[in-house]
Design a protein. Structure first.
Lengths: 347, 302
């Protein structure tokens, strides 16, 4: 990995230069919560000052720029007794600035499913390859347990990754594209002092983590506690609304719907993100539902996060951002659910 | 920024330009592009089920399209939707498929209204298959309940096409009522083939019914099964395959030699949409064909 030093001014120039030709998506303050805390979302920004890189977290994750809530998969043009299918992929370049380590680690997990597994998705590959990623280090967000999952740091999956050293940024260069961009705005080699300051800052951030969750034994625990009362307790609170999966940076399940235009000349097949907690997730033709209970559906959400994905990809799907916990309307929080499971196991 | 002027076009990848072949699982391809197929014949089976004989239109695609018994396709009716359907025909005819479809929802409703000559889309084949190679030189016990005869037809045809490779074959089939029996026009032929024994049972006989009455497990008791020389395929509703599989295990058939085909909701067939996910298992990728040991470990399946 190459490292460089970028002044604050030149970082501004870098982003402004990108903006001249390319859409830039970054954390933007969109409102204020009832407790006075600001609400941030990843949104297109037209001006450097619209970005707020001091954001604690974004309500929704960055995944929607790779797996949009709605995406056209194909279009059908109808003629008398025939049809023609058309498939398009999004190939417009885009830059995303201000992703945290958990956001980038989440993309690496999605890569495992959509790039490196069987049947790679050209829709995803196209969006991923056309997106420049500039990440940034940050202080732990409230309730985030990324450190327990090892996702508080990141070594790949980005073009540039910044650590704020006050008057300048310490930059990890993750791609030739990132390297070219830095050279265009002017950049300095790192000195021993820069490295020392960087290590000091990393140490300071690491020391701020207070939330810890024991996740190592979860695959086994989830099997053992499959019939646990814990699921009934938390399942009774679940509304089955799917908010958790919508904000999750690694939840990728979906459904498809087809529509026909009003004049019957065309049809479209659209993919929409779904959630395994929604009532008809596993309902099949004829009306049989394999998971009619909310508790079963909630359990399977955890099962996929911390057991199923581990079996398939050697690491949990969860990156510990706790967006699901913040978004849940009835206060279901992964910290509490996992805690209760662990307690059940020890009891 | 010069580097942003060259957008990456995934369609230009060499892999994407190769002919579409879903049997090449790890390659980048147009995963949502369908093979256009024509409905050649529609065969009325019962009040609820019809058999659709379809053929891929493009001769080159047809020649390349091959599947193994037990696999399924995603069948698309443009404008209506896409559904997983197990292949019900002989693998010997490339690019030619028989799909048995029960009228149950929007897409199947549209299909039941469709006429011969209509164009549908097909993606696939997907999923695991019955281990026909491994089953060679063994006796086969093929058990179907209700619509379960549809996925079982592919291995039956495979056996008939390669008859000398397999030992004795017992086919057991049960439905609730005689009017629900599928493919009744084929029983005569199957039953007359040497060393293929076909037995049919219904739960609720009608006045014209002369065959046995009861649950399908009652037919198994009458058979002489050599557990060391037998492979079994059991297709049907969970309650049925559960009791049949248990019985087979009791008489000594290895759990790894009993195969079932599971049904789940699917929107992709490629391990992406998660709708068929059971814990660690994707029914579309790891299944739909599982051996009984695997099914025992899918907590939700039985």
């Amino acid at each position: 990995m190459l490292f460089r030093i970028l002044s604050r001014d030149r970082f501004r120039t870098l982003v402004e230069t990108i903006m001249e030709t390319t859409e830039v998506v970054a954390p933007k303050k969109v409102g204020v919560r009832s407790d006075g805390e600001p609400i941030h979302q990843f949104l297109p920004v037209a001006d450097f000052d619209e970005m707020d890189l001091a954001h604690e977290t974004t309500e929704h994750s960055a995944k929607t720029y790779f797996l949009p809530y709605r995406e056209n998969l194909s279009t059908y043009a109808f003629s008398d007794d025939d049809w023609q299918q058309e498939v398009h992929y999004r190939i417009q370049p885009r830059a995303m600035v201000g992703l945290h380590a958990c956001d980038i680690n989440a993309l690496l997990r999605l890569d495992k499913v959509f790039v490196r597994d069987h049947f790679p998705s050209p829709y995803y590959v196209s969006r991923r390859r056309n997106t420049l990623i500039i990440g940034i280090d940050h202080e732990p967000c409230e309730g985030g347990f990324c450190r327990s999952l090892g996702t508080d740091t990141v070594t790949r999956g980005f073009d540039l990754y910044l650590t704020d050293l006050g008057d300048r940024y310490f930059v990890a260069v993750g791609s030739d594209h990132g390297f070219d961009l830095l050279n265009q705005v002017g950049v300095a080699e790192i000195s021993d002092r820069d490295t020392a300051d960087y290590l000091e800052e990393r140490k300071r951030i690491a020391g701020l983590f207070t939330t810890e969750v024991a996740v190592q034994n979860l695959p086994n625990l989830l099997d053992i506690e499959f019939e646990s009362e814990v699921w009934k307790t938390w399942g009774a609170k679940c509304l089955g609304c799917g908010s958790c999966a919508m904000v999750c940076p690694t939840c990728y399940c979906y459904g498809t719907t087809e529509r026909v235009s009003m004049d019957f000349s065309s049809g479209s097949k659209e993919k929409h993100l779904y959630a395994c907690t929604v009532v008809d997730f596993a309902e099949v033709a004829g009306g049989h539902n394999f998971r009619p209970d909310r508790s079963t559906r909630l359990k399977y959400r955890y099962y996929h996060q911390h057991r199923g994905f581990v079996e398939a990809h050697d690491e949990p799907k969860c990156v510990g951002c706790n967006r699901c916990g913040r978004a849940c309307l009835t206060g279901i929080n992964p910290l509490d659910v996992i805690h209760d499971l662990q307690a059940e196991d020890e009891a | 920024m010069s580097t942003f002027n060259n957008a990456y076009d995934v369609s230009r990848e060499a892999e994407m330009k190769e002919p579409l072949d879903f049997n090449r699982r790890s390659r980048l391809k147009h995963v949502d592009r369908v093979f256009k197929a024509e409905i050649l014949n529609i065969i009325h089976l019962t009040e609820m089920e019809k058999l659709y004989q379809i053929r891929l239109l493009d001769p080159a695609e047809r020649a390349r399209f091959s599947f193994l018994p037990g696999q399924f396709v995603m069948l698309e009716v443009p404008g209506y939707g896409e559904i997983p359907i197990s292949i019900s025909s002989s693998p010997a005819k490339n690019g030619y498929l028989e799909l048995c479809i029960r009228r149950a929802g929007v897409v199947t409703g549209a299909l039941h209204r469709a006429q011969r000559g209509a164009k549908v889309g097909v993606r696939g084949p997907f999923g695991s298959h019955f281990p026909m190679e491994e089953m060679k030189n063994h006796n086969l016990l093929l058990v179907a309940g209700g619509l379960g005869l549809a996925p079982l037809r592919a291995p039956i045809f495979e056996v008939i096409d390669h008859r000398p490779d397999y030992g004795d074959v017992n086919i057991l089939y049960g439905t609730r009522e005689p009017a629900q029996l599928l493919f009744d026009y084929q029983y005569e032929e199957w039953g007359r083939i040497d060393d293929i024994d076909l037995r049919i049972i219904v739960e609720k006989p009608d006045p014209g019914w002369t065959g046995p009455t009861g649950m399908i497990t009652e037919l198994i008791g009458d058979l002489e099964i050599d557990p060391r020389r037998t492979f079994a395929i059991v297709c049907g509703p969970p309650v049925m395959f559960k009791s049949v599989c248990r019985h087979l295990v009791e008489i000594g058939v290895s759990m790894r030699r009993i195969f079932v085909s599971l049904e789940r909701r699917m929107h992709c067939g490629m391990g992406k949409c998660c709708r068929c996910n059971v814990g660690s298992t994707f029914t579309c990728m790891d299944g739909p064909v599982f051996d009984y040991w695997a099914v025992m470990n899918l907590k939700e399946a039985i």
